[in-house]
Every structure is written in C-alpha cells, then in structure tokens.
Design a protein around this ligand. Structure first.
Ligand code: PLP
Length: 399
C-alpha cells in the first residue's frame, strides 16, 4: 500500500465513524450540548459527584497548596496524598493494601501482565471488558480459556482443562498458575458475576481470582463498597481492580489485595514504573470521595431509589429492560437503526442517552443504555420516562 493510500483509507474510516457530542457544562443531572440543556441519562457518574462542591473545594485547596504535577512514583513522584489515597481505598474496600494507577484500563493491564507469564493459564468470561482482554493479550499467555457468560458449568470445565495443562511444568520447573478473571458488573447488561460460586470453584481447583469492580464501586455493597462487600467475600478474592472514573467521578484506577501482592505490583508493574502518577487534583478528589462515602450512604441509597423508580415505570410502559441487577438499565431495541433513531429522537426532546450497538453488544441486541444517578430528582426521571414513552409509541417499540 502506498503512503497516500494508507492516509486515504484512514480518511474513509474516519468519515464513517462517530463524532461525539461536545459538552459545554459540568455533568450533573443535566448537561449542555450545542447550547441546549439535555437530561444526562447515560454518563457513569452514578453518585452525581462530578460537580460536587465538597470535591471542588478539596481539589482547589490541594492545588493551592501543592500545585498539579507529580511524577513517576518510583523516582520523584510519590506524594503523601498518593499514600493517603491508597490507604483510604484499601480501608474503604476492606482490603489489606492498594496501588493507584492512572486508569482502570491500566490497572487491569498491571494486574494481569505483572503476575501472568506465557506459560500460565487465564480463564475469562466471554463478555469481559476490553481492558481485560487487552491485559490478557499483553501477558502473552498461551492458554487463554474462555467460558460462556456467567456459565459456572463451563467455568468448571475450563478449570478441569487447566488442571490437565498444569501437568506440563513451566520451563523453570514450576507449575503453571491458573487465574480466573471476571467483570463484577457487566457494563452492557448490568448483570453480576456469581462471585461466591467462582470463589468456591477457585478454591477447589487452586486458582487465583480477579474481579474488575469498575461498575460496582460506589454502587454495590454497604455504602458502595463494591461487589466483594455485596457478596461478603472480604479476603477471598485475590485481586480487585477498580476505576475512579465511574461512580467516583475522578480519573484513575487501582488494585487492591494482600499487602505482599500490592507491594509486588509496586515493584514490578510496568504500568506503575513507566507511567506518571495521578495529579494532585485527582488524588485530592479521590480522598474526598472516600470521605464522603464513609460519612454517609445517602447518595448510594438515592441512586438505588432512582434506579427502582425508573425501571418500574419503564416496565409499566411496556419496555424490555433486560435482566440488570444494578443501576445500568438497558432498554432493548434489537435493531441497530431503531436504537439509533430512538436516541436521536430522545435528543431532540432534550434527553441524552446514547445507543449501544455492535460491536459493544451482539448483533440484534442493540439498546439504549440508561444510567440514572443520585443527581436526578424524581422530576428529572419523570421527564426522561415521559420522553421514552413518547418516542417508544412513535417508533412502535411499545404500544
Ligand atoms: C470503564 C471500565 C474500565 C476502564 O476504566 P478507566 O478508568 O476508564 O480506564 C475497566 N473495566 C471496566 C469493566 C469498565 O467498565
């Protein structure tokens, strides 16, 4: 291919791609696009903290005191706020220790690549998040075994296969490691990994367990402590990955687990060693979020009340809202064009809710995914529900 063709092909791809809406406000219950207010029905700010005054204040004070930049953690970038944030997250999650990274994506990469080598074995749910898939690729593991979504029978089959594979020792003579990895909450459907069964099987077959709690933190468990707390499995899941970009409304990722494992990550993880640390602003924000959540579960309660109300009303209208066990609320459309048209019509009415289509979900399973938040009042939700009702009837999704 000539260089000219290369760029021209890129151009064709770009033309058929999606251009995101540009937001000119903060992200509360509403946001502003093209000068118009839209109901914010699809961001992952579950607890409505993106514009929280307490967080703004904590960030301003920290930046006033320390500025913004930090550095590489192992060189000259470990700030006392990083240490405090790691301690706060470990305490919040009920784990021994935490390592902070600059994203959930990176945290997944660090969590897997650092401990899994070519000759180990990874067992993964077929619907795991792209960052887990990439993390497994990065580890270059040869034996990657996939099980059908949530299917514990198949997981056990894969574990039996893994046991067989373990009979061949690694080059250094040791036994290959088995790691089972799953999303905690699956972000397209809102369903939960059956963690108690996974932990039980892992014990039986001597496997390590890892859960990605991106959509569980701030949402599940007592006061939003996440999926491990939800199932009361403290200390029984080896690796918990979290993101600070969803309910926490900041940015960054982290891994929690036993202290020795976290110390190992801090010494060996390439994502930690060769990438800069969180800024002062982000780190101060994380500390404030944990403080807010430890003081009160009011926001988590509001999120769930809003979720129950929204889902009940949508179901009453005749919408299919899938099998979600979390605030993630898929409104099933099936057809991709229908989902896109539905979203455009909602937008015209003042509701921002993006369509989710292939490859994010399987063909024929297109949907509008609503994420309610603690920032929504009942009036906001009613406006959203009315809009869904109107468009639903117009497009004959409901009768
Ligand atoms: C959003 C998400 C991530 C990525 O987190 P970032 O902090 O945005 O990099 C990882 N895993 C899951 C399941 C997610 O939903």
């Amino acid at each position: 291919m000539s260089i000219a063709d290369f760029y021209s092909n890129l151009g064709e791809e770009v033309k058929s791609g999606k251009i995101p809406h540009v937001i000119t406000s903060g992200q509360g219950a509403y946001l502003t696009i093209d000068g118009k207010e839209k109901l914010n029905f699809c961001s992952s700010h579950y607890l409505g903290l993106a514009e929280d005054e307490r967080i703004k204040k904590a960030v301003c004070e920290a930046v006033e005191k320390y500025g913004m930049g930090t550095g590489y953690r192992t060189l000259a970038g470990t700030h006392v706020l990083h240490i405090q944030a790691e301690e706060a997250l470990a305490r919040f999650k009920g784990a021994e220790a935490t390592i902070l990274l600059t994203g959930g994506y990176l945290a997944n990469c660090a969590a897997i690549q650092t401990i899994v080598s070519k000759e180990d074995i990874v067992i993964s749910d077929e619907l795991n998040h792209a960052s887990i898939i990439d993390a497994i690729r990065l580890s270059q593991v040869k034996n990657k075994l996939i099980y059908k979504h949530l299917d514990m029978g198949e997981l056990e089959e894969r574990l039996k296969e893994a046991k067989q594979l373990q009979n061949t020792p690694k080059e250094d003579g040791s036994k290959p490691l088995i790691l089972i990895v799953t999303d905690g909450v699956f972000s397209m459907d809102g369903d939960l990994a059956p963690l108690p069964q996974i932990v039980k099987l892992a014990k039986e077959y001597e496997a390590l367990t890892m859960v990605d709690d991106a959509h569980g933190e701030g949402v599940l468990g007592r006061g939003g402590r996440g999926i491990v707390d939800h199932y009361n499995l403290h200390g029984q899941v080896d690796i918990e990955v979290g993101t600070l970009s969803k309910a926490f409304s900041v940015m960054g990722g982290f891994i929690t687990g036993k202290k020795v494992l976290i110390d190992f990550y801090k010494q060996k993880s390439r994502q930690f060693l060769f990438s800069n640390a969180l800024t002062i602003a982000d780190t101060a924000a994380v500390l404030e979020v944990v403080k807010i959540l430890e003081e009160s579960d009011e926001l988590v309660k509001k999120l769930w009340d809003n979720t129950d109300y929204l889902r009940t009303e949508l179901k009453k209208l005749g919408f299919d809202t899938g099998n979600s066990q979390t605030p993630i609320t898929p409104v099933m459309m099936g057809d991709e064009d229908l989902a896109k048209e539905f979203s455009v019509k909602l937008f015209e009415l003042g509701v921002f809710a993006s369509p989710i289509v292939f490859p994010m979900v399987a063909k024929g399973k297109a949907r509008i995914r609503i994420i309610p938040s603690a920032a929504h009042s009942k009036k906001d939700l009613d406006f959203g529900i009315e809009s869904f009702s109107g468009v639903g009837r117009e497009l004959k999704v409901i009768s």
